[in-house]
Structures are given as C-alpha cells and as structure tokens.
Design a protein around this ligand. Structure first.
Ligand code: NAD
Ligand code: WQD
Length: 344
C-alpha cells in the first residue's frame, strides 16, 4: 500500500517506516522537523537500502500538504506528527492545541478531499487518565487528562470518531476507516543502534534519563516517589519496545483493509515494571551503574498503568515480542553510540 507517514522523521515514525518498508509498503514521509532530524531518515535509508521520499512540510500548511497528498494516491495515512511533551504543554497550551488540533484538522480535511479516508492515529494511554483498574482494556472509560497534551489526544480521538459516525449516518459510499492506537510507554531503539529517541534538553521520560545518566551526561536519576501503592513503592508502567510498537502499525493496516470503521487498540506488553525494576534490568543487561536518588512524587503521576493488549492480538494478530532486557539493551546501544543524538 502507498502510505503517508506524518512525523516520520521522529522517534516512533522512523522505526515504523522501517517496518512498513520491510513489509513491502511504499512510504512517503512528511515532517516539519520541529522535533527531529533529517539524518534519522538518512539512517533509515541505510538500514532498509530503500529511498524514502521526504517532504519538509508542516501539516498546518494546507497548500503544501495538499500538494503531497494530491500527488500520491495514498491508501492510508499513519499520523504521528504532533508535539508530545506533557510538561511543556502545561506552559504552552496554545502551541499544543494549535499544532496538534489544527494540524490534524487540516490533515483530515486534505485527506478527505483527496479521497484517502483511511487513517491510523498515534493516541496514548494518557487518555485513560488515572485508571480505576489495571490492566486497562479498550473498554475502560477515558479519564481526566491533567495536561493540554493529553487533551489533544482525547479530543482528536473524538473528532475522528464523530467524522466516521457522520459517514455512517449519511450512508457515505466511502466512509472513514480509523484506527486509534493507544500507546503505553515506548522505549528501546532499532537494533542497529543508529536511530533512537533524541529528546531536546533534559529528558522528562524515564528511559532517556537513565541512558543519559549511564553515558555520563547527567549525574543521577531522580526517582519520583517511593510510597506508591505498588510492590516496591515506585511507579509501575507498561514499557513497550519501539520496534514492537512500529510493527503494531503495520498490523493495523489489516483493520483498515477490512474497512473497520473505528477501532481502538492498546499497544503495550501487558506487563508492568516499576522504576526500580527498570533501573535494575538496565544495570544488569548493560553492566553499567545508574546512580539514583529518591525524590518527591511528580505532579500528575499515577501509581500504576499497564495494558490488556489482548484485543490487538485477537483482531490483528499482533503482540509484543521483546521484553525489558531487549528494551534496555537497545536503548543503551543507541545512546552509547550517539551520545549527542543525531549530531554528526
Ligand atoms: P517525536 O517528536 O519524535 O515525533 C513527532 C514528529 O512529528 C517529529 O518528527 C516532529 O518534527 C513532527 N511534527 C510535529 N509537529 C508537526 C507539524 N505540525 N507538521 C509536521 N510535522 C510535525 O515523537 P514520537 O515519540 O515519535 O511520537 C509520535 C506520536 O506518538 C506523537 O503524536 C506522540 O504524541 C504519540 N505518542 C508518543 C508517545 C511516546 O511516549 N513517545 C506515547 C504515546 C503517544
Ligand atoms: C515513567 C515512570 C515516573 C522520569 C509519559 C506521558 C504519556 C506517554 C508516555 C505520550 C513514572 C518515573 C520518570 C524520571 C522517574 N507519552 N520517572 N524519574 O509519565 O508514564 O508517561 O510518557 O503520550 O502521555 O505522560 O512516562 O517515562 O515520564 O515516567 O522516576 O526522571 O518513571 O514517575 O513512574 P509516563 P515517564
């Protein structure tokens, strides 16, 4: 299938391009490079041995995005483009709503006008808020999002569901097919160690913080709270290897091909690890020390969040193959080989 990948130069997008090409799909990437580097795509080309048509386009720029969508007859769009820093979104709400909401509205309109009404959207487990029960199934109600970033994901899910519903109600002969993928905590990197997550400034997320401590860029990890109601008191999350996540997108094309209407899938492993579990696994697998200090709880954090990923297995035949050992190994390989990210 010919696939438009928005945000394809980013962390999850670049890994997904590899898996899409490996599965025989034709990929075109658009990205405005606000949080990524074209070098990532050059490295992807090296891994796959295939060229990636790339357009440096902001998805809010209707004319430019229309030109790309019109030129290629896409069978589906996989939509990663967006700003994603939870903490930053609290201070820059307008920028987050403008980029993520306006950008997606323009993209949806352009896709529709060009008769490409198939989309796979990067949503997030954050839409569940503080879950009443774990593991979280797709049936669990959405919860309160405590930050603008999370709101954009929740709102955009609603926008897309409403657009699809309108097509059904009006018996549109070419209705939308929409797959909403709720990612849990993506970590890890491609096994080559040449692409990976490259956060700007001091990382907010656990694994990039750990790898930067291990490589000597940061002194020690601060663990946010040790008095949660979890086995060791630290927060529990469902970490998923980014390559497994990428493959989840390839498998989701099956739902699109089967004209799914709207489908929601959790993409996680179903296993929860605490912060201390991750630190220990990282140290053991990589033979490096990660000094840490216990700090106050971080505002907005929840005790436990992990998925029930069985729907994706039943409907798409997808399940995560990699465990915490591979996640730690590959995150470290990327960081060790690229202490300064994509700077060459
Ligand atoms: P990323 O920042 O590495 O990738 C996003 C890409 O989108 C970047 O390359 C950026 O330059 C591009 N982009 C942003 N705004 C754009 C615009 N207006 N026009 C064109 N390109 C634009 O982030 P990621 O971790 O790869 O995340 C990809 C998607 O998955 C995002 O939508 C994110 O919200 C979502 N998501 C990420 C996580 C996570 O923990 N990484 C978890 C759940 C959901
Ligand atoms: C994981 C655990 C922290 C950093 C975020 C977003 C979510 C999704 C994924 C996009 C928690 C602890 C962390 C540190 C720590 N992104 N921690 N010290 O908060 O589960 O999810 O990323 O959609 O929306 O909220 O991920 O990696 O920040 O934290 O102790 O320096 O590690 O308290 O228990 P989180 P995270």
């Amino acid at each position: 299938m010919k696939i438009l990948v928005t945000g394809g130069a980013g962390y999850i997008g670049s890994h997904t391009v590899i898996e899409l090409q490996a599965a025989g799909h034709d990929v075109v990437v658009v990205d405005n490079l606000v949080n990524s580097s074209e070098i990532a795509l050059k490295r992807v080309e090296k891994i796959t041995g295939k060229e990636i048509p790339f357009y440096k386009v902001d998805i809010r720029d209707r004319e430019s995005i229309d030109r790309v969508v019109h030129q290629f007859k896409f069978g589906c769009c996989i939509h990663f483009a967006g700003l994603k820093a939870v903490g930053e979104s609290v201070f820059l709400p307008w920028e987050y709503y403008n980029n993520n909401i306006t950008g997606t509205l323009v993209l949806l309109d352009v896709l529709k006008k060009n008769s490409c009404k198939n989309i796979i959207f990067s949503s997030s487990a954050t839409v569940y808020g503080n879950p009443a029960v774990v593991p979280i199934t797709e049936e669990c109600p959405k919860g309160e999002c405590t930050n603008p970033y999370g709101q954009t994901k929740s709102m955009l899910e609603q926008v897309m569901m409403d657009m699809q519903k309108a097509d059904v109600v009006s018996s549109d002969p070419n209705p939308w097919n929409i797959v909403l993928l709720r990612y849990f905590n993506p970590i890890g990197a491609h096994k080559s160690g040449t692409i990976g997550e490259n956060p700007n400034g001091v990382p907010n997320n656990l694994m990039p913080y750990i790898t930067q401590v291990a490589v000597g860029k940061l002194e020690r990890l601060g663990i946010f709270g040790c008095d949660y109601d979890t086995p060791d008191g630290t927060g529990v999350r469902d970490y998923i290897h980014v390559v497994d996540l990428a493959r989840g997108h390839v498998k989701s094309l099956k739902a699109i091909e089967e004209k799914c209407g709207v489908e929601i899938f959790n993409l996680g492993t179903g296993v929860g690890y605490s912060v201390l579990d991750v630190v220990k696994a990282f140290e053991e697998e990589n033979g490096v020390k990660v000094p840490y200090v216990i700090k106050e709880r971080r505002a907005g954090d929840i005790a436990e969040c992990y998925s029930d990923p069985s729907k994706a297995y039943e409907k798409l035949g997808w399940k995560a193959e990699y465990g915490i050992v591979e996640m730690c190994r590959d995150s470290w390989k990327w960081q060790k080989n690229n202490p300064n990210g994509f700077e060459e």
